[in-house]
Design a protein around this ligand. Sequence first.
Ligand code: SF4
Length: 359
Amino acid sequence: MHAPFCVKKCSYCAFSSVEKPVDTSGMCTALSAEFTRRTQQGNLEFQTFYAGGGTPTLLPPEFWMRLIGLVRTPSLKELTIETNPAVLDAIDYSSLLLAGFNRISVGVQSFDDRNLKVLGRRHSAAEAMESLKLISRTGFRNISIDLIYGLPGQTPEGQKSDIENTLRFKPQHISAYDLTLESGTPMGDRGEKATENQCADMYYQMHEMLTASGYIHYEVSSYALEEQYRSLHNSSYWNRTPYIGIGPSAHSFTGNERSWNTSSILDYESAILHGKIPVETSEHLTDENAAHEILALGFRNTNGVNLTLLEQFGYRLNPSEMIDTGLVTLKDSLLIPTTKGMLFADNLALTAADVLERV
Ligand code: SF4
């Protein structure tokens, strides 16, 4: 579920979000209505629920309480909400816990005020630390910290200090993203980023420090303290499990079709008001599209590319051609990227797509 409001726009962010209006009740009603409309036919069993955005903790806890009442099925295992240290004072974390969220993802990004300023974040390092302490005191036992590296002017020592500060909290999960420059954002338009080599060095430094501290590096940007803390929700995207996306600009996937809601908040609310589902575009996936997705997603995580699954879509990949790259290993029918391989996941997927054969 995409909650499209933030305190202010960050300088690197291309997600669809606007500054929070005083009254969010119209959006809350629309989100609930879309959920009900999309799920009224069929007995759907959800495994995960993810409230992202935007900053979903800007919507009132009572809304989340009501909504989770609608979502809850016996199969529901993981309920995550994203939050932002910039709204520390305004959030009642115990109500969110009470509402049913059992996982929280905190957008820290860096523990260095200079980096936070570069990113246009609205919180300080001290506020990030306060938020983490508060969330932990509240009783959340599955906390994920988001970090960004590859910032302009960031040194390996600076990144090391961010990792050390993160480790002090021993979060159950860490997502560490290489900064992506998006056109149309202030940072993207200025082209501000560390060099490719510096980013690769930071990727390896992150891997070494976190795995030495017991974390499992299971996806290019994701680390879990134990197997049970792998993100079930994100893993289902990588496994191509069907999902329903609710909210402006949210995506949905049925297994053979992807669709996108309108990103305009006005159009979204108006479509809901008129009894419609606010889909703007949809795309039917051919077997070839599916095979390419399996490659693009599989080389990013340690579940790898499932060669048997590829064959079900009518494509064969000769494992030895890929093993020759030195970036993957073969285990049963899985082509699993190495640590270096995950860093070059996009190139691996392109190479593999070139040598795919029809069964
Ligand atoms: S808080 Fe998150 S969603 Fe909102 S502008 Fe910043 S990066 Fe984007």
